[in-house]
Design a protein around this ligand. Structure first.
Ligand code: NIG
Ligand code: FE
Length: 414
């Protein structure tokens, strides 16, 4: 059987014989091998170890890649994105520079509603093509698994259109994709005074089609003051759970919204954002199985306080990092920036950010058996860095492109 051998790897990072969701202190444990080899068979990691233990299977090795001076790590697992959208929103960016807040822009028909107007006009092909291009860029930046949400449709047709685009991306992309239904992203204008009407539309009309066409893995709600209340969040998530969709919730971005409480009560896979947390909410999250997914580039872009990562980790929470790529609050899906920003602004250690953006991100998409670490049998989705002095150099030297090449399923992506 043909095999690829990677030799002379300066540092092979995040070696795990067994999967484990990392919480608290465990996040700082990052197992590495210096001067390592790695063998790939059938697109998967087949073997690895120190160069001195390399047993030559020369008859099966068809390709050799010399990684002298390079660090090799598992690709980023980006567990929260809104990758499918019709147009960018740099006009709102200017409005924010001039002093408007995110909530003010949303309240005046901008924000999510602005994106929804554009989605209504776009065809499935157009949405697919632009999302595909973004995905290619992200793969080149090292993303090897991704979650994508709907939520800019806000009508039966447009939500289903978005989810069909995500399904097509899933079928054609070389990396694993998870789809999340976020019909409850905001109330469309015509339901502004009729919340129950829109919730009924989600539950009685959207969810049955989504289930029938198998269009989503997860259900999400933007649980926030001025958007969906804690009670509404629970109602919508429970309806999704009836169809087998597990919750991943937008929680505590702008306020103490009750989103974390809802997520923990529902045993959600993750509660995401968490800019606004108090001690009680942190303790609740720490005592649960729910992952706290931090989205620092959204906090940065909206000029908000960063998530209290140190407090969350020191309290024993399981933390993941994701990009939140979307046109309104994080117009970048670059996980290299996410990890660097997490070190600088949230005082996470390089080891912690790598774990949070790989293995814990994989858990936040239930992809831990496929990606997220150097483990036999997982996909060979790997980042090869340029020649760098150390692992810490990666988040330290922010803004430089330190990736030499990316391998997906054992194949180098140009
Ligand atoms: O995760 N917070 C809600 N949703 C997105 C932003 C949506 C938008 O502004 O388009 C987020 O930040
Ligand atoms: Fe988001």
């Amino acid at each position: 059987m043909p095999a690829t051998l990677i030799t002379n790897i300066k540092l092979l990072v995040n070696i795990r014989e067994e999967n484990k969701l990392l919480r608290g202190k465990e996040l700082a444990n990052l197992s590495v091998i210096e001067n390592a080899f790695l063998i790939i068979e059938h697109q998967k990691i087949a073997a690895y170890g120190a160069m001195e233990n390399l047993v030559h299977h020369t008859e099966t090795i068809t390709d050799v890649i010399d990684a002298t001076g390079q660090i090799v790590l598992p690709c980023w697992c980006d567990s929260h994105t809104h990758l499918v959208f019709a147009t960018s929103r740099e006009n709102e960016f200017i409005d924010k520079i001039k002093g408007k807040s995110y909530a003010e822009i949303a309240a005046s028909g901008g924000g999510i509603l602005n994106s929804a107007k554009k989605i209504a006009l776009a065809t499935e092909e157009e949405l697919f093509d632009s999302a595909w291009q973004r995905l290619q860029e992200l793969i080149q930046l090292g993303t090897g698994a991704i979650e994508i949400k709907s939520g800019y449709g806000l009508s039966v047709d447009a939500e289903i259109k978005m989810l069909r685009v995500i399904k097509a991306l899933k079928q054609q992309a070389p990396i694993p994709i998870k789809a999340t239904f976020l019909g409850a992203h905001t109330y469309p204008l015509e339901y502004k005074e009729n919340h129950q009407g829109y919730i009924d539309l989600i539950i009685k009309q959207m969810l049955p089609i989504i289930a029938k066409e198998n269009l989503a893995d997860y259900i999400d709600v933007f649980c926030e003051d001025g958007f969906f209340s804690k009670e509404e969040t629970i109602t919508i998530c429970k309806a999704g759970m009836q169809y087998g969709l597990k919750p991943k919730i937008h929680a505590n971005q702008l306020n103490l919204s009750g989103g974390v409480e809802a997520g923990v009560a529902l045993n959600a896979i993750s509660v995401d954002h968490l800019e606004t947390m108090d001690d009680t909410t942190i303790a609740l999250l720490a005592s649960s199985n729910t992952i706290g997914t931090l989205l620092p580039t959204a906090a940065y872009f909206l000029r908000m306080s960063f998530q209290p990562a140190r407090k969350l980790i020191d309290s024993g929470c399981a933390i993941a990092l994701a990009s939140d790529f979307n046109p309104g609050s994080s117009p970048s899906g670059n996980m290299n920036i996410v990890t660097s920003m997490s070190c600088v602004q949230m005082k996470m250690l390089p080891e912690e950010v790598i774990n949070a953006a790989t293995i814990n991100g994989a858990y936040a998409m239930e992809l831990e058996n496929e990606v997220g670490s150097i483990t036999k049998g997982k996909r060979a989705n790997l980042i090869f860095t340029k020649q760098v002095p150390s692992l810490a150099y990666l988040p330290y030297a922010f803004g430089s492109n330190l990736i030499d090449k990316v391998m997906i399923n054992g194949k180098i992506i140009a």
